[in-house]
Design a protein around this ligand. Structure first.
Ligand code: HEC
Ligand code: HEC
Length: 254
C-alpha cells in the first residue's frame, strides 16, 4: 500500500457496498431511507496528509421527504460537516456530507462509523482509512536513488535541493565541495555506484571541470553547470576546481 511518491495524495475508493448497513441497536432504516453513493468507503492516504476528508453523497430516491436529524461519528477524532440540521431532502434531492478525520499519530488501517439518524430510520456509514507508514531511511534512500537514475538532475529540485544544492552563492571551494560533492562521494555509507574521488591518474583542472560541468548521463552523477540544468555558476565551478586540485593533488594516489 506504500506509495513511493512521498508527498502525493493517493486516493482510492476501493469498493462499494450497495447494501445499507444496519448496526445492532439502531432503528432499522425504512423503505424510504436515503440512498448513499457508498455506505462504506476505503481511502488510502499518504503519510503527508494530516486531515483526511471523505465525501458521502446522499439522495432521496423515494416519494416522501426524508430529514436527517442527527449525525454521530464513532469517535471525537472524527468531525462531520453537513448542511444545517435538521436537513430535509425532498424527493429527488441530493446533498453531501464531509467526514473529516485528524490523522495525526495514526498509521496503518482503521475504521470509523458515522450513524445517521433520519426520519426514515437510522443508517450508518463506514470509512476505512489506510495510511502509509513513513518511509524508513533505507526506503527513502532507495527511492532517492531511483529518482536520480530516472533523472540525475532531480537532486537540484524540490525537497532534494535542500540537501543537494549550495545553500548560498558565497560558499568557498571547500564548503561547496562538502555541500554538493562530498555528500555523495564521501558519505559514511557511500553507495556502491558512487566512486571514491581522486582515483583517476590524470586529474587535472580539465578533468574536474568536465566532470562538474557535464557529470555523466545514464548515471546518478548530475551535470552541475547552470547551462546544463545544474546549480553552479562559472565562478563557483572555478572555486571548486581550485579546491579539488589541492584536495586531490595530481600524481598522488589516495
Ligand atoms: C535530508 C537531506 C537529503 C535530502 C532531502 C536528499 N538527500 Fe540525497 N543524499 C543525502 C545524503 C546524506 C547522502 C549520502 C548517502 C547517505 O548518507 O544516505 C545522499 C546521497 C544521495 C545519492 C547518492 C546515492 C546514495 O544513496 O548514496 C543520490 C543519487 C541522492 N542522494 C539523490 C537524492 C534525491 C533524488 C533526492 C530527492 C528526491 C535526495 N537525494 C534528497 C541527503 C539528502
Ligand atoms: C548524487 C550523488 C553525486 C553527487 C552529488 C556528485 N557525484 Fe560525482 N559521481 C556520482 C556517481 C554515481 C558517479 C559514477 C558515474 C559513473 O558511473 O561513471 C560519479 C562520478 C564522478 C567522477 C568520476 C570518478 C571516477 O573515478 O570515475 C568524478 C570526478 C566526480 N563524480 C566528481 C564529482 C564532483 C566534483 C562533485 C561535486 C561538484 C560530484 N561528483 C557530485 C555521484 C555524485
Amino acid at each position: 500500500m506504500r506509495s513511493p511518491i512521498g508527498f502525493v495524495l493517493l486516493l482510492a475508493t476501493m469498493f462499494t457496498s450497495p447494501a445499507v448497513m444496519v448496526r445492532a441497536g439502531m432503528a432499522e432504516a425504512g423503505e424510504n431511507a436515503l440512498t448513499w453513493d457508498d455506505t462504506e468507503k476505503t481511502v488510502v492516504f499518504d503519510e503527508a496528509v494530516r486531515v483526511a476528508e471523505i465525501v458521502f453523497t446522499a439522495s432521496n430516491q423515494g416519494p416522501e421527504p426524508v430529514t436527517v436529524l442527527a449525525v454521530r461519528p464513532s469517535c471525537d477524532c472524527t468531525a462531520v460537516r453537513t448542511p444545517a440540521l435538521p436537513w430535509t431532502l425532498n424527493s429527488d434531492e441530493s446533498g453531501q456530507i464531509v467526514v473529516s478525520l485528524d490523522l495525526t499519530g495514526k498509521m496503518g488501517e482503521f475504521e470509523k462509523t458515522i450513524a445517521i439518524e433520519t426520519t426514515a430510520g437510522e443508517q450508518s456509514l463506514l470509512v476505512r482509512i489506510m495510511r502509509a507508514a513513513p518511509l524508513t531511511p533505507t526506503e527513502r534512500r532507495a527511492f532517492n536513488q531511483r529518482r536520480a537514475w530516472i533523472d540525475r538532475q532531480a537532486i537540484f529540485r524540490g525537497g532534494c535541493a535542500r540537501c543537494h544544492s549550495p545553500s548560498e552563492s558565497t560558499l568557498s571551494g571547500a564548503e561547496l565541495y562538502e555541500r554538493v560533492c562530498a555528500i555523495c562521494h564521501e558519505a559514511a555509507h557511500r553507495a556502491a555506484q558512487v566512486p571514491v574521488l581522486g582515483a583517476s591518474a590524470d586529474r587535472d583542472a580539465a578533468y574536474w571541470r568536465n566532470w562538474i560541468i557535464e557529470g555523466r548521463s545514464q548515471t546518478m552523477m548530475p551535470a552541475f553547470a547552470r547551462d546544463r540544468g545544474g546549480v553552479l555558476s562559472v565562478d563557483q565551478i572555478d572555486r571548486l576546481v581550485e579546491f579539488l586540485l589541492a584536495r586531490f593533488p595530481a600524481g598522488s594516489r589516495l
